[in-house]
Each structure stands twice: as structure tokens, then as C-alpha cells.
Design a protein around this ligand. Structure first.
Ligand code: BTN
Length: 236
């Protein structure tokens, strides 16, 4: 299996680009990595069992690659998407909210959902591109490239940029959350130095460990969070 260059597919609409790739992988063992995009998803899924609502202005994409499961991989994906989106933000600083939300001006620009499918990883990426407003639970929490820059973008250009950056970064780091990747991630992580809250703990986020866990210093101890929802003071 040679993952790169990724073979690209554009769909008019689909239930979920992650589900679409998982169906392909059940029937077949593609000899190459695949990246699929759509602007219309009818059953988008988010992290932690949540749904992912997207409007016609957003990019819904998923990438399937054959790789070994590596701890910290989702953080590495966030680095690749961060690099891809930077040029579209016209100097507005982007950060990563642990584990893998890309944020700007304290609002969510992109969410990432990584899932294992036998020997493959399916990486779902939802990017708010031309969205003008948001509704419901994400109303005050989300932003888009359009809202940040007052410019409309071709969703296909963002798709291409993410694929290019993903190929480059995964080739450079060989799919592993290496010390260099960890250092780069830490410098961009919005949680570090801030008060964070989970259902169980409140403390200060101090570091990222080798496995991609978020180290949080509470009054009693330092714990490593490996999954779940973490609210960051002043962000969301
Ligand atoms: C999150 O909860 O922040 C992750 C959201 C991931 C959404 C993307 S959109 C493309 C892909 N298909 C899905 O059903 N989900 C991911």
C-alpha cells in the first residue's frame, strides 16, 4: 500500500464522508490512500458521539490511510490541518484546542474525528469555510474563514490545501507523534497555561505528554487526560 499521492473524490452529497470511506474499506482494500469531500452531509458525526451540523458553505472531508495505530496521531492531524488553513486566514493567528480543534479568535473553525477501520485510519475533517452564521449549540462558539476574513473561498481549494499539507506532514513525521511534532504542537496549543475543566477535574493545563495526553495540574495531583471534553477558560 502506498498512501500518497491521495486519490481524490468529490461527492454532491453523502450521509457522512467518514461513513462513506468506511463502507469502501469494508468491501475493498484500496491500494492507495483516499480523500473524499462534499459540501452536503446529511448525517455528519462529531467527536464523543455528537452530530456535526454543516451548511452548504462548509467543507466536509475524510482521508483514509493505511497506518499503524500511533498514540498522538490525532494531534499530528491537527498540525497538518493547521498548516493548511494558515494561508487562508490572512495573518489571523490560529491555535489548536486540545486534542484537535482548530480555533481562531477563541472560536472553532474546524473539528476532526479520527476513527480506526481495521488497518486503516479514517480522518474526518469539518472546516467552516463560507458559513455566514451558526445556529443552536454552536451559535457563539463557531467561526468560519469568511467571518474571519470577509472573503469567500472555493471549498475545493481548501480541500486541496488540506490534502497537500497532510501528505507533506505525514511523510515528514512518518505518521508518528515524534518529539519534534510534540514541540510544534505544544507551541500552538491553546490550553497550555490556562484553567481547564472536565467533568471530573479542574486545574491548569501544563504540558502535552509523549502519548498526546494533556497534563493538568489540579490542587492534588497532575493527571494526563487522554480523551473527553475539556473546557478552556475564556475559550469554550
Ligand atoms: C468534532 O466533533 O469536532 C469533529 C467533527 C468532525 C466532522 C467531520 S465532517 C467530515 C467528516 N464526516 C463526518 O461525519 N464527520 C467528519
Amino acid at each position: 500500500m502506498i498512501n500518497f499521492p491521495l486519490s481524490e473524490i468529490c461527492l454532491e452529497s453523502v450521509d457522512s464522508t467518514n461513513n462513506y470511506l468506511k463502507r469502501i474499506l469494508k468491501e475493498d482494500e484500496p491500494p492507495f490512500g483516499i480523500s473524499v469531500m462534499t459540501k452536503v452531509q446529511t448525517f455528519g458525526r462529531g467527536r464523543l458521539g455528537r452530530s456535526w451540523q454543516s451548511s452548504q458553505g462548509s467543507l466536509c472531508m475524510s482521508i483514509a490511510v493505511k497506518n499503524q495505530y500511533a498514540e498522538g496521531f490525532t494531534l499530528l492531524v491537527a498540525l497538518a490541518v493547521y498548516e493548511a488553513l494558515k494561508p487562508f486566514c490572512k495573518g489571523k493567528p490560529l491555535l489548536i484546542k486540545w486534542p484537535n480543534d482548530i480555533i481562531c479568535e477563541n472560536k472553532k473553525l474546524c473539528g476532526i474525528l479520527c476513527e480506526r477501520a481495521s488497518e486503516y485510519t479514517v480522518i474526518g475533517i469539518g472546516i467552516n469555510v463560507n458559513d455566514k452564521e451558526f445556529f443552536g449549540e454552536i451559535k457563539d462558539k463557531a467561526t468560519s474563514l469568511y467571518l474571519l476574513t470577509s472573503r469567500r473561498f472555493d471549498v475545493k481549494d481548501v480541500f486541496t490545501a488540506v490534502n497537500t499539507s497532510f501528505e507533506k506532514l505525514m511523510t515528514e513525521f512518518d505518521f508518528s507523534f515524534s518529539p519534534k511534532a510534540r514541540e510544534e504542537y505544544k507551541n500552538l496549543c491553546a490550553n497550555i497555561g490556562k484553567e481547564v475543566k472536565t467533568e471530573k477535574y479542574t486545574g491548569i493545563a501544563t504540558d502535552i505528554d509523549e502519548r498526546g495526553g494533556l497534563l493538568v495540574k489540579t490542587e492534588e495531583e497532575t493527571i494526563s487526560l487522554t480523551s473527553g471534553e475539556v473546557a478552556v477558560h475564556g475559550i469554550y
